[in-house]
Design a protein around this ligand. Structure first.
Ligand SMILES: [Zn+2]
Ligand SMILES: [Zn+2]
Length: 571
């Protein structure tokens, strides 16, 4: 009742001062991946995160997808900085492309910055930035009109932060990826005190991640994974191989600590695992006896029961350490009878097939394989419903915008917020490219769209593949290709010999002869008609109309629509 009254008062006191805060998601809405959100107030624009997404099976030949920087190009002079919540690829993966184009400061916490540096270092051609600024959880700074606070959260990577942005219009609380872990291993629990304090000051809008919004309850604590490791280590007689996300320093630490308590040495395999290990070490984020870590050369000098291998490849990636071990493609060692393999990770949707292929191979080589469904060898880094509700309770936002998730996840998150009393008209199921504008009087307006679909990256080029190219690729894959080469005697305006028809991936060889003959007949027929109407063959044979006619003939014969290519040679 009181809420309704408040609204009535506000709607009568509406005024437009022209000072609004714009929020524009450029990625991460209705999808998992390429997270990027623009915040703009007056002449100042800042961006949170700059991630990449992986293509799905309907995008053959595409390596990655990055957000569309169109809005940033239009507002180039306003950009004051990029703030990064944490170092996962869906939050930093597109930074090389961004920094190639915009020489702007990047603010990130120590581990995040290390991962950004590794990424820029490994980009070809190398991308350099002299404007990388390390910040820490608990820091506040002002950038243009924005007051910015970084808040410590728990996640499956070190140094993840939430970000509070304060403008004269109000505060936007951006959770980034998070979970609430009361018993984390080597760091503090999420800074709920700070979040409550910001909530008490008043939050205009909460933008909260939705990855696990469909899951009731509370996420598993990282500490539980350590217990599961202990149980498995105490049973294993041979070598233990743990595959996990290399960026999860907490998990690496748990493997190393458990190995030490069982008198085992640890071998680290895989380039990204070694990179993260070195980066975390340089920040003092790992603790272990120096003698615990062994190098690959000494693997044969230890008995199997004293070895733990920490490997990349928990998603079945073909070039990863675990895959190479499974398929006996590693130069130094391979899977053997008696090995215990732990997949300490979740299966990212879309990777199941690749993962199970590796799991099958591991079993065939005589290894025991333990994965998530069998044991608590993995804890999600994302908040489940109880945790999401807690953040809603503490921040008490006027507006709620679920983010970082497919539509069903955003929807479930919106439902949670609605059940908790946030009026539906203040819950926004946004989409990429949508321009949201909050006014000083507390109202929200949709003021338009910018490019939000993302850019498909094919090789190292940028924006060189569009939906037409993709459609052709899909049709080539599904239906094959038919090429027709026509030679014309230009002087007499007639065909010179029979058209040459070739096909790939279209229909069975045995049926081809018949189809080719009919296709040739059709071309000759069309040529005859054109000749009798005195129309120039050369121009008409290369037209779309000609292609359509061949297409139609092929469809009538085979019920298939291959890509048709027509080449005309005039002599
Ligand atoms: Zn993350
Ligand atoms: Zn993420």
């Amino acid at each position: 009742m009181s809420r309704k009254k408040k609204e009535e008062i506000e709607s009568t006191s509406k005024k437009n001062t022209g000072q609004n805060i714009r929020v524009i998601p450029l990625g991460g809405m209705r999808e998992i991946g390429k997270n990027m959100t623009v915040f703009e107030y007056g002449d100042d624009l800042i961006v949170i995160d700059c991630g990449m997404a992986f293509p799905d099976t309907r995008m053959p030949g595409i390596d990655i997808i990055i957000p569309d920087f169109h809005y940033l190009r239009e507002n180039r002079d306003k950009i004051r900085g990029i703030l990064i919540t944490h170092g996962h690829e869906d939050h930093i993966g597109a930074l090389p492309w961004l920094l190639k184009e915009f020489d702007v400061p990047v603010y990130a916490t120590p581990m995040t910055m290390k991962l950004i540096e590794i990424k820029l270092e490994n980009t070809r051609p190398k991308v350099e930035s002299k404007k990388l600024q390390v910040v820490r959880a608990g820091d506040s700074l002002s950038i243009g009109a924005f007051g910015i606070e970084f808040i410590h959260v728990n996640h499956s990577i070190a140094d993840a932060v939430s970000i509070a942005l304060t403008t004269p219009v109000g505060t936007v609380f951006f959770t980034g990826d998070f979970k609430i872990d009361y018993t984390p291993t080597t760091v503090d629990p999420i800074d709920l005190g700070k979040i409550a304090e910001i909530g008490n000051r008043g939050v205009l809008a909460l933008i909260s991640e939705s990855t696990n919004a469909e899951r009731p309850g509370h996420s598993l604590s990282e500490r539980e994974v350590g217990k599961a490791f202990k149980d498995i280590f105490s049973e294993a007689a041979g070598r233990i191989i743990v595959a996990t996300f290399s960026s999860n320093v907490f998990r690496l630490q748990q493997v190393i600590s458990t190995a030490e308590s069982f008198g085992r040495k640890v071998l680290i395999l895989g380039r990204s695992m070694l990179n993260v290990f070195e980066a975390a070490n340089s920040l003092g984020y790992l603790s272990y006896q120096p003698s615990t870590i062994m190098d690959i050369q000494s693997i044969d000098s230890f008995p199997a029961e004293e070895i733990v291998i920490l490997a990349t490849g928990s998603q079945g990636e073909p070039m990863s350490a675990l895959s190479r071990l499974a398929y006996s493609e590693h130069r130094s060692t391979e899977i053997m009878e008696g090995d215990t393999v732990i997949l300490s990770s979740s299966m990212i949707p879309g990777n199941e097939e690749a993962i199970y292929r590796v799991v099958n191979e591991l079993f065939m080589k005589g290894a025991q394989v333990i994965y998530e469904s069998l044991s608590e060898v993995h804890a999600s880094g994302h908040a489940c419903q109880d945790e999401l509700k807690q953040i809603l309770t503490l921040t008490k936002p006027r507006y709620f915008i679920p983010s970082h998730g497919e539509f069903r996840m955003l929807y479930r998150h919106a439902e949670l917020a609605s059940k908790m009393g946030i009026p539906n008209e203040r819950i926004v199921l946004s989409k990429n490219g949508e321009i949201l504008e909050f006014s000083e009087d507390g109202s929200l307006n949709f003021t338009g769209y910018t490019e939000g679909a993302g850019i498909l990256i094919d090789g190292s080029g940028m924006g060189d593949v569009d939906e037409y190219v993709l459609n052709d690729r899909l049709r080539l894959a599904d239906e094959g290709v038919v090429s027709v080469t026509i030679v014309i005697d230009a002087q007499v305006n007639r065909l010179y010999g029979d058209p040459v028809v070739q096909a790939k991936g279209f229909i069975y060889e045995s049926e081809m002869k018949h189809v080719i003959e009919l296709c040739q007949e059709r071309v000759k027929e069309i040529a005859g008609e054109l000749w009798s109407k005195k129309k120039p063959l050369g121009a008409h044979m290369t037209s779309d109309d000609m292609k359509d006619k061949i297409q139609k003939t092929l469809f009538e014969l085979t019920r298939r629509r291959p890509v048709v290519m027509v080449a005309v040679v005039a002599i």
